[in-house]
Design a protein around this ligand. Structure first.
Ligand code: NAP
Length: 285
């Protein structure tokens, strides 16, 4: 019997998950189809309920449903509950289980492709949206020394900082700052990792071609990690390279969150190289 996995979200036109996940199923000779299940708010309950059918293995969940989907599931596996968002659903013996693989994908990419270990890090996180929540929790649990969250809407940054407080230890310093030149300059001069989790620079968006930072503010000794994966070299990464800083784009995180999802659905080791090649090809087209 053919089995199915899909991505649930809206809009899904630019998602490359179907391409690299299908390439992985095909490489392992699995009779699994990865489908695009474009779903607005009103259809979310039905599409999640359909996952209970025997032919369905689970799903990826993306914007705008990562938070709202949690109440429709039977259980959550940490860190999804702590983050407050699930990006993967898999069927287990205990029913529909929600996971957050963005956190593990973020850390794995940073370590393996950026050569940066979180423990002891001094981090500036730009943005406080859905991706920032997973990144911030991953960094706190992995033992960074300090995390400065800077967001256009300051209240959102403050909300994220207080959300992290119960998970952080006394030795970790978490703060929220407004998006202004002075705050940015101070925080950036003291950090060794900058993560852009805003959508600034994203292809096919009104923010395409833009960088979140003034090039003069870029710390040369830090790793500049942009979660935006399309284009591969974002304006921020281009500036950082020119300044001589180390850089990391969002594609490895995207693939590694998918690797973790693949392994939850199938119980098999994912063909990581095949997934990278398919993802890179998808961005070229
Ligand atoms: P989101 O929840 O909509 O958050 C968007 C963030 O961008 C917010 O902090 C928002 O600030 C900020 N922002 C948007 N426009 C801005 C502007 N003009 N000036 C300053 N800040 C602005 O989106 P998300 O899910 O967190 O995704 C954010 C980005 O990360 C997207 O590009 C997405 O593709 C990428 N991402 C990548 C991966 C990966 O695996 N590589 C995974 C997840 C997400 P306000 O709060 O002030 O509006």
């Amino acid at each position: 019997m053919t089995q199915y996995v899909g991505i649930i979200g809206y809009p899904l036109k630019h998602s490359i998950s179907p391409l690299f996940q299908q390439a992985a199923f095909d490489r392992l000779g699995l009779d699994i189809r990865y489908e695009t299940w474009e779903t607005g708010t009103e259809g979310l309950g039905d599409v999640v309920e359909r996952l209970r059918r025997p032919e369905n293995l689970g799903a990826n969940v993306t914007i705008p449903h990562k938070e709202s989907v949690m109440t429709l599931l039977d259980r959550l596996e940490e860190p999804a509950g702590g983050i407050g968002a699930a990006n993967v659903i898999a069927k287990t013996g205990l029913g529909l289980t929600g996971y957050n693989t963005d956190a593990v994908g973020f850390l794995r990419a940073m370590e393996e492709h950026g050569g940066f270990r979180a423990r002891g890090g001094r981090v500036v996180l730009l943005g406080a949206g859905g991706a920032a929540r997973a990144v911030a929790m991953a960094l706190i649990l992995a033992g960074v020394d300090s995390l400065t969250i800077i967001n256009r809407a300051l209240e959102r940054a403050r909300g994220l900082a207080s959300h992290l407080a119960p998970s952080s230890t006394g030795g970790q310093w978490v703060t929220a700052l407004p998006w202004d030149h002075q705050g940015l300059a101070q925080a950036l001069s003291e950090c060794n990792l900058v993560v852009n989790s805003t959508s600034i620079g994203m292809k096919h968006s009104p923010l395409e071609g833009r960088s979140p930072l003034d090039p003069g503010l870029l710390p040369r000794d830090a790793l500049i990690y942009d979660l935006v994966y399309n284009p591969k070299v974002t304006p921020l990464l281009g500036q950082a390279r020119q300044a001589g800083a180390r850089t990391l784009g969002g594609l490895p995180m995207l693939v590694y969150q998918g690797v973790a999802a693949f392994e939850l659905w199938t119980g098999k080791a994912a063909p990581v190289d095949i997934m990278f090649k398919a993802a890179e090809r998808a961005l070229e087209t």
